[in-house]
Design a protein around this ligand. Structure first.
Ligand code: FES
Ligand code: MG
Length: 601
């Protein structure tokens, strides 16, 4: 520990601890500390309080985020844990992102939030940092920023909402938002009912209550060993959630005492991420998680280029989908929690996991699992929600990477969420939409030349083409086919889809259509597209010479030249985004933030 005298004794080198770390550059470290104390004392802190490890707490509560509405309760509980363990809690804000209130799309702002997170952790004096997040893009942004900052970080997730109820049927955002809206569009629900349903879809604070992106990232964060296992599923409004917050506070102070050996670049190894991918496949997790995981992995200097899309395929082939939650199954996150949550799931997956990976508690994953009550996940109810490996919901490869001339750098499909399984091997003529505006203006046109065997193609929604790569991949079924009862068609795009959505939908096609050499960018109406999920191929059945001719004529066009020029001169964050974002298979991060980009900070 440090004595008060050291602070102003010029013969002492100021140790980096608590308030003393990362001193502002005035060229006089002692004065910097003196000044820092002047201002922190304005808040009423004593020397006794300041002479402790400082644990930052990132507050992402916002009136625009019901997903983070329990933020102040979590902060209070985390502070209690920190104080009990002898640390000093300091909460501070960063950007907060909610899916529905982040135009044009929250993904556009994820990288900005990761930069905010990284820089605030670096800039302010703290020995460890608790990161409160929950809504889809917030946890990935915080993990990306936390890994880059490489101070010990502890994700504290806000937790899922409880399901609602309409006429005795349970409802939950956002799979049921989509189902009910589609039924309303097809005329199956009247105005009065859709209004009542709207009131019940998100009945409490917390993140979407199905296995969408938020829940997927929560499960992944627990699998990575970065938080208590209950942290993945305890409802946002539960007392368990507050105990997780308190435990996170305790863990944060313990980590500091361990000398920072559990900073994320040390804690997280290749095997940690392999475990996370096993979990992703077993829960039938969100396709978005693939992009986020690649972005997170590529922030880690020791792991960059060690895991790629093929790792997801390879793991998928031996991991069945065993968690029966929407959108792949029938249940809600509260069911997963009551069935034993991540503890029960990891025990079931045990033969497939690397058990010697380290967790934030200082115990290995194997030790954490050994300490669970022996009855965890053994009840019949548990086995209904978290099935045994021998009785899966889907035998393997819930998430599949496909390649071919149409997607040489890969594309993703959540095969387990396909409604018409015969479409998983399908060849049909393309109906091409060039962007979301084109889609909106023509999809319901009664004269649209489309049948149920057509392949709906949406271009222009990749990371560059429609900055942020919007969740437009769930192309609606043309109204005239929907009215005939068609519920699923093969749909392909360079965009994303919500983790709560389903259908036979190929996403994240790379290179995206906005890139001049993209084969996906030159598809025309009527071109035959062959897709095979078993062979993992997606092929544009057009002669190579014709493909080359179309690409060349595109490069030569005035329109293309203007678009390129616009990208170079565009101002602000959007300009930065368009110039620096990389493709989906590497995480749609900024080139200058990845660990394979510039190295020094
Ligand atoms: Fe925040 Fe779904 S909108 S988790
Ligand atoms: Mg979502």
């Amino acid at each position: 520990t440090v004595s008060l005298r050291d602070d102003y004794d010029l013969s002492q080198k100021i140790p980096s601890y608590g308030l003393r770390q990362g001193l502002t550059s005035y060229g006089d470290a002692h004065f910097s500390l003196f000044l820092r104390k002047v201002f922190i004392k304005a808040l009423g802190y004593s020397e006794e309080a300041l002479n402790r490890p400082i644990i930052g707490i990132i507050n992402t509560q916002s009136s625009f985020s019901p997903c983070h509405a329990n933020g102040s309760q979590l902060i209070e509980a985390a502070k209690r844990g920190i104080l009990l363990a002898g640390g000093l809690p300091m909460d501070f804000p960063t950007i907060s992102l909610h899916e529905a209130f982040s135009s044009p799309t929250s993904m556009f702002l994820r990288n900005l939030m990761s930069m905010d997170t990284e820089e605030m952790i670096r800039a302010q004096p703290m020995d460890a940092c608790i990161m409160i997040g929950g809504c889809d893009k917030t946890v990935p942004a915080q993990l990306m920023g936390g890994i880059s900052a490489n101070k010990p970080v502890l994700p504290l997730i806000t937790g899922p909402m409880l399901p609602g109820s309409f006429r005795g049927k349970r409802l939950g955002a956002c799979t049921d938002c989509r189902n009910n809206w589609a039924t309303y569009r097809a005329g199956g629900v009247d105005m009065e009912d859709i209004r009542a349903i709207n009131e019940e879809l998100a009945p409490t604070a917390g993140t979407c209550g199905v296995m969408g992106t938020a829940s997927t990232m929560a499960c992944i964060t627990a699998a990575l060993g970065m938080m208590p296992l209950e942290g993945a599923s305890a409802p946002a409004v539960s007392s368990m959630r507050l105990r997780v917050a308190e435990a996170t506070g305790l863990n944060a102070v313990k980590i500091v005492a361990s000398g920072g050996a559990l900073a994320p670049q040390s804690l997280l190894t290749k095997e940690s991420f392999l475990n996370a991918i096993v979990v992703l496949q077993a829960i039938g997790g969100s396709t978005n998680a693939v992009v986020h995981l690649m972005a997170i992995i590529n922030r880690h200097p020791a792991l960059v280029n060690t895991i790629n899309l093929d790792t997801f395929t390879e793991i998928g082939q031996r991991v069945p989908l065993i968690v029966d939650l929407k959108p792949s199954g029938d249940n809600y996150m509260s069911d997963f929690h009551n069935a034993g949550g991540m503890g029960a799931l990891l025990l079931t997956l045990r033969p497939l996991l690397h058990l010697d990976t380290m967790t934030i508690t200082g115990q290995t994953l194997g030790q954490v699992l050994n300490a669970l009550p022996p009855s965890t996940g053994t009840f019949p109810y548990s086995k209904q929600i978290i099935r045994p490996l021998s009785d899966p919901l889907y035998p393997s490869s819930s998430l599949v990477v496909v390649r071919g001339n149409l997607a040489p750098n890969g594309a993703i499909i959540k095969a387990s969420a396909s409604k018409y399984r015969h479409l998983l091997s399908h060849t049909g003529p393309a109906v091409v939409f060039h962007n979301t505006a084109d889609l909106a203006s023509r999809i319901d046109d009664p004269d649209l030349n489309v049948t149920k065997s057509s392949v709906l193609v949406l271009q222009g929604v990749g990371p560059i083409g429609n900055p942020g790569m919007p969740e437009a991949g769930v192309i609606p079924i043309p109204r005239k086919l929907a009215a005939d009862g068609v519920q699923d068609m093969l749909r392909i795009s360079d965009g994303r889809m919500s983790g709560t959505a389903g259908g036979t939908i190929v996403l994240h096609i790379s290179p995206e259509s906005a890139i001049q050499e993209s084969v996906f960018g030159i598809i025309q109406d009527g071109d035959m597209i062959g897709f095979d999920c078993i062979q993992r191929t997606i092929i544009l059945q057009v002669d190579d010479n014709e493909i080359r001719r179309r690409i060349q004529s595109r490069i030569d066009s005035t329109r293309e030249k203007v678009m390129l020029q616009n990208r170079i001169v565009r101002r602000g964050y959007r300009g930065l985004y368009e110039r620096c974002v990389n493709q989906a298979e590497t995480g749609a991060d900024f080139d200058f933030l990845t660990a394979s980009g510039p190295v020094s900070h």
